[in-house]
Design a protein. Structure first.
Length: 133
């Protein structure tokens, strides 16, 4: 729970420190006394000013976009890689998108991986193991 000192509240509201202390002593602004100082909760300050309390911060979320390029891969090896990667994703929620683009004339494969960091890293490790064979 975020708390402010009387001095911080005075600065935020553009008031004198003595005015804020008077509001606290009069009971108009709820506060907790810790030692010789008052602490005002963020929610109490929001209620006092009539402003809504800030919404809780959303947890951070990061995603990755990766393109893996594999040259000199035969069609049979493409089928094996795509089957193994797709099979590793089956049956569990993962939030990943994996696409395969193959140019048969040049034996050129691109694998596009979109999703969360850890899930993408797992797919990239699987791809690495399969194309090294």
């Amino acid at each position: 729970m975020e708390q402010y000192t009387v001095e911080q509240v005075a600065g935020l509201l553009g008031l004198h420190v003595k005015t804020v202390r008077k509001y606290v002593r009069d009971g108009r602004l709820p506060a907790v006394r810790i030692g010789k100082q008052y602490r005002i909760a963020k929610a109490d300050l929001a209620a006092f000013t009539g402003l809504p309390a800030a919404a809780p911060a959303r947890p951070r979320h990061a995603e990755v976009s990766s393109i893996v390029q594999v040259d000199g891969i035969a069609r049979a090896d493409l089928d094996r890689v795509s089957t193994m990667v797709t099979g590793s994703l089956a049956g569990r929620p993962h939030g990943l998108s994996v696409q395969f683009v193959y140019d048969e004339e040049r034996e050129h494969l691109k694998i596009i991986v979109l999703g969360g960091l850890e899930e993408s890293a797992q797919v990239l490790r699987i791809i690495d193991a399969l194309v090294r064979d």
